[in-house]
Ligand binder design. Structure first.
Ligand code: ACM
Length: 694
């Protein structure tokens, strides 16, 4: 914590102390609710205002803006009703031509509550709407219809123009009403972009009239869960099949959701995945894949003109449903090997002078970007769209860390930051052993809160970073309660990252606020994670371990993966044990290989134990070793086996588990060799964190 922030916290404590003194003895002393996200400037002036539910408000907005505000306020817990003139009203919402310079961005507002009335000023209706959200959080609403507000002066504006939540509805389908509930919460926390991941291998979720099979078959599968689909053959079925699971959103549903979002100042961005994550499309229309056969590919054939015809038709219909300026085209995780073998793709590469399959993917992205431009839409894609050359005006969503975002900013592109380490809400938020099954990782509320979307390296061009987004992938999230559990309260942290200037953020007060806000979430039908009973980081990871091998050299007979190198060659003897997340840079990963290392203790040493832990987590294909062999040597040439341990736990065990494999006894030697045999599953990982020798 910087000195500045420490001072800020202290100031706040003093300030809240004074505030409580002021309110002592005040008959209608309001509860002071912390607004989430914290406004840029908030000044409590020590009194309160009492209104009744159904009090009158006035606005100088006209037309749709006026009716939207009136409908929203009347249905809100404040129940405010529209007055005919300002003089009749207790609450005024005014559009003004200008605000102070510091509030010179869309969505800014000034809110003043004194003992007699509430006055709001903003330059646009979004600003007035965000003031309503602050009012709703400040209000102390009593069952007798009395509403008490603290008197306050707020001047507020968002740090980022793009504040997003993504939801994957392909892996599991969630009903329309559930989507609306997410939009309600987004509005409450002043988020303004809902990124709707509508298509992916596990199910197509958007009605497209020109291609009815996308939904009549592509939206249904004979498996309840993504996991059963993934491991059970990845088939689709007719919607009338008795075993059909899934669903899709009709055009009417989309219209309703887009309108519901609009009333909450939320833009809905559809994502149509290409050229990969498209198993469901190429199963139904196999001619669009390189193999031409169903169930053999997840990628579109880029050599085939029919692919472009299909994609442009689908995008045209999608655009007719979504007014969003942004259209997301996916672009992530293509398996490019099929293109390298495909005659049509090879011909395309030759004709277009494309030197590799990266450039072939880039060819598709460029063409789609140009097509979207003819429709006045701006393309967003995951950071893989950088590979092979980035299309002009494309917006990059940086998910594999921040590097893609940094590179795009350097090239002058706009970026939305969604690095998995801070923004992936499919990760566990507490000890995996206590949580419903998730894909892996470990992302706590405070880690989300700590994120700053503008990397130091591109600070000077920070204006190109349009904002930040939480991504909710749902491979393991089979119920709506579990979706809520993953999103809340982490979304509140993301909202404050997106809205509040760094120097105004304060973890302690935020956490307190979240605990109170959890009560609101529960009362309003959400099922958030229980922050009060958080277990926290794995205890083994909290203190370094002292042992004979610490800082000693490790000789690798099999290489670790550069993607999961942890601390590199020193990782297994740095005294640091891994935490809950395998990508916390303490766990070292070995892909498709056995594990075989030698620790050089530098001199003949008496030893009594050798232990290493391994991780099993089936989602990311991390398995315990089939067996472990530990041996010792004086010269590093001739080894004596100390033990060979068979692993008893089957690979079908699908809960998170860390298992130590070790030897105890008495031995003497200089070199300790630790070998672990991979379980042999193609694409399988071994992960270990430290070889502890005592
Ligand atoms: C992604 O998580 N594949 C964008």
């Amino acid at each position: 914590m910087t000195k500045h922030r420490a001072n800020y916290s202290l100031m706040k404590l003093v300030y809240f102390f004074i505030l409580s003194l002021i309110f002592v003895g005040c008959k209608d002393a309001p509860t002071v609710h912390r607004i989430i996200p914290m406004p840029q400037s908030i000044d409590y002036t020590g009194n309160s205002l009492k209104l009744s539910k159904g009090a009158l408000f006035y606005t100088n907005l006209e037309g749709l803006g006026k009716s939207d505000l009136a409908n929203y306020l009347e249905l809100s817990p404040l129940g405010l009703k529209l007055a005919q003139s300002a003089s009749d009203a207790d609450v005024i919402f005014d559009i003004v031509p200008s605000l102070p310079d510091s509030l010179n961005v869309g969505g800014a507002y000034m809110l003043s509550i004194n003992k007699n009335k509430i006055e709001v000023e903003a330059k646009n209706s979004a600003g007035l709407f965000y003031a309503v959200q602050s009012l709703l959080q400040l209000a102390d609403i009593h069952t007798n219809g009395t509403i008490i507000f603290p008197t306050v002066e707020i001047a507020d504006a968002p740090r980022f123009e793009y504040r997003g939540l993504h939801l994957d509805v392909s892996r599991h389908f969630y009903p329309k009403e559930f989507i609306k509930k997410q939009l309600d919460a987004m509005a409450r926390y002043k988020l303004n972009n809902f990124h709707w991941h509508l298509t992916d291998g596990a199910g197509w979720r958007l009605e497209i009239e020109q291609y009815p099979e996308l939904t009549s078959t592509g939206a249904f599968r004979p498996y309840k869960t993504w996991k059963e689909w993934w491991t059970g053959g990845r088939k689709y079925c007719d919607q009338n099949d008795p075993n059909a699971e899934g669903g899709y959103y009709t055009k009417e549903d989309v219209k309703e959701i887009v309108e519901y979002a609009r009333q909450r100042h939320i833009n809905v961005i559809p994502e149509i995945e290409m050229p990969a994550h498209s198993e469901e499309v190429v199963a139904i229309y196999p001619q669009l894949s390189c193999t031409g056969k169903p169930y053999t590919s997840a990628e579109f054939c880029i050599g085939n003109e029919e692919t472009f015809e299909f994609l442009e038709n689908v995008l045209s219909e999608t655009i007719s449903m979504f007014p969003s300026d942004y259209i997301h085209i996916g672009g992530d995780e293509a398996d490019k090997r099929g293109w390298a073998k495909c005659k049509k793709c090879q011909r395309r590469m030759k004709e277009e002078g494309l030197k590799d399959v990266d450039e072939l993917q880039s060819y598709l992205i460029h063409r789609i970007q140009a097509f979207l431009e003819t429709k006045n839409k701006q393309m967003i894609g995951w950071d893989e769209i950088l590979e092979g050359g980035l299309a002009p005006n494309a917006v990059v969503m940086s998910w594999r860390g921040e590097n893609g975002g940094i590179e795009a900013v350097k090239k002058g592109h706009s970026v939305i930051m969604t690095p998995a380490e801070f923004c992936y809400f499919d990760a566990y938020q507490d000890a995996p052993v206590s949580e419903p099954e998730a894909i892996g990782g470990y992302l706590t509320l405070d880690k989300v809160y700590s994120y700053n979307p503008i990397p130091e390296e591109v600070k000077e061009r920070g204006h190109l970073i349009k904002g930040v987004q939480a991504n909710t992938w749902t491979e393991y999230i089979t119920t709506i309660e579990h979706v809520d559990h993953m999103i809340y309260p982490r979304l509140l942290a993301l909202a404050e990252v997106a809205w509040t200037d760094v120097e105004k953020k304060d973890w302690e007060s935020f956490r307190e606020g979240v605990l109170k806000e959890t009560v609101w979430l529960q009362a309003n039908g959400y099922t958030p994670f229980d922050l009060n009973n958080e277990i926290g980081e794995r205890k083994e990871a909290q203190t370094p371990v002292e042992h004979l091998a610490k800082s000693k050299k490790v000789i690798y007979n099999s290489p670790y993966s550069h993607h999961y190198a942890a601390a590199g060659d020193s990782s297994l003897t740095d005294g640091l044990r891994g935490g809950w997340s395998y990508h916390d840079k303490r766990w070292q990963g070995f892909l498709n290989t056995n594990f075989d290392v030698v620790v050089d203790l530098e001199k003949q040493t008496d030893i009594t134990s050798v232990t290493a832990e391994f991780l099993q987590l089936s989602g990311p294909y991390i398995w315990l070793p089939k067996d472990v062999t530990i041996s010792i040597s004086d010269d590093g040439i001739k080894y004596t086996e100390l033990t060979k341990i068979e692993n008893e736990l089957p690979t079908t065990y699908d809960k998170y588990i860390v298992v130590p494999f070790g030897w105890e006894g008495n031995a003497k030697g200089r070199y300790v060799r630790y070998q672990a045999t991979s379980c042999g599953i193609d694409g399988g990982w071994l992960f270990t964190d430290e070889i502890v020798i005592k």
